[in-house]
Design a binder for this molecule. Structure first.
Ligand code: SAM
Length: 240
C-alpha cells in the first residue's frame, strides 16, 4: 500500500478506509502478518500488522526495503486512442515502470473530447495507474498528466535526455539499434506514440531534427501495441 506520510523504523501508524478494507477483506491479512508499504517520498518499508479492528489497521515499521523503481524516468506521450485502449496503455505502462503518462491530442486522433469528458477520463486514468502500481508493487504511483496539445507535448518531451518517436513509416532498424545504445547514458527518456491514423506529416517533420525517429519493425502495430512494445524495450534495456 501507499501512505501519504513519512515513517521511521519502529513507528506505528494507522491505515483506514479503502486501504484497510483492501488489506482485511481482499487480501484477508491478519494481526502479525507483514506487508510492504511505500511512502509518498518513494521509500519502502516492511511493516507488520499490530492490530486490526473495525476497519482500522495499525502497522509497525520493521525495516527499510529496496525500491522497485527503474533507475531512469520514462515519460510516455500517448496519442489519445479510441475506446478503452488508453486504459490498457496506462495499466501496462505502469507495470513496465513508466514514470509519467501524458495523453496527447494529435491531428489524426479518432476521438475528440470536450473539457468535461477529459476531466472524467483523467480521474479514471489516475485510478487505473494507482491500481496497477499496487498490483505490480511499484514504490510510487505514476502521474497521469492532463491532456496536452502536440505542441506542448513536444516541448515537454524535449526536456528529456533521449526522445524516441516510433514512426510507422520509418525505414530500417539502424535508428532503433542506435537508440538502444543511447538508453544506457540517458537518465530521462520520452516516448511519443502516434494515433490510430498515424502522425501527420507536419507532426513528424516538427520532431525529425530534435528527437530520434525509430522503427518497431516491418509491421504496423496498433497504437497501444506500439506503446507497450517501446516501453518493454526501454524497460529491459534499463534493467540490464
Ligand atoms: N490503425 C492502427 C490502429 O488503429 O492502432 C495502427 C496505428 S499506428 C499508425 C499508431 C502508432 O503506432 C504510430 O503512429 C507509431 O507511433 C506506432 N507504430 C505502429 N507501428 C509502428 C512501426 N512498425 N514502427 C514504428 N512505430 C509504429
Amino acid at each position: 500500500i501507499f501512505v501519504d506520510q513519512s515513517v521511521k523504523i519502529d513507528d506505528t501508524f494507522m491505515v483506514e478506509g479503502e486501504d484497510a478494507r483492501h488489506l482485511l477483506q481482499v487480501l484477508r491479512m491478519r494481526q502479525g502478518e507483514q506487508l510492504r508499504v511505500s511512502t509518498h517520498e518513494g521509500d519502502n518499508y516492511l511493516c507488520q500488522i499490530e492490530s486490526a479492528d473495525k476497519g482500522q489497521v495499525t502497522l509497525r515499521v520493521l525495516e527499510e526495503v529496496a525500491s522497485t523503481e527503474l533507475e531512469k524516468r520514462i515519460y510516455l506521450f500517448q496519442a489519445v486512442p479510441k475506446g478503452d485502449r488508453m486504459e490498457t496503455v496506462i495499466e501496462k505502462a505502469v507495470e513496465l515502470g513508466v514514470y509519467e503518462i501524458i495523453p496527447v491530442e494529435m491531428k489524426y486522433c479518432v476521438v475528440k473530447l470536450d473539457a468535461k469528458k477529459k476531466a472524467a477520463r483523467l480521474k479514471r486514468y489516475q485510478a487505473i495507474a494507482e491500481s496497477a502500481a499496487k498490483q505490480s508493487k511499484r514504490s510510487r504511483i505514476p502521474v497521469v498528466h492532463d491532456f496536452m496539445t502536440y505542441r506542448d507535448a513536444m516541448a515537454y518531451a524535449k526536456e528529456c535526455d533521449l526522445c524516441l518517436v516510433p514512426y510507422e513509416c520509418a525505414k530500417g532498424m539502424e535508428a532503433t539499434k542506435d537508440a538502444l545504445t543511447k538508453i544506457r547514458d540517458a537518465k530521462t527518456i520520452s516516448i511519443m506514440i502516434g494515433p490510430e491514423g498515424g502522425f501527420a506529416k507536419e507532426e513528424i517533420d516538427a520532431v525529425k531534427d530534435c528527437m530520434q525517429v525509430v522503427s518497431l519493425g516491418s509491421r504496423i502495430l496498433r497504437t497501444d501495441t506500439a506503446a507497450i512494445t517501446t516501453m518493454s524495450m526501454v524497460m529491459l534495456a534499463t534493467e540490464m
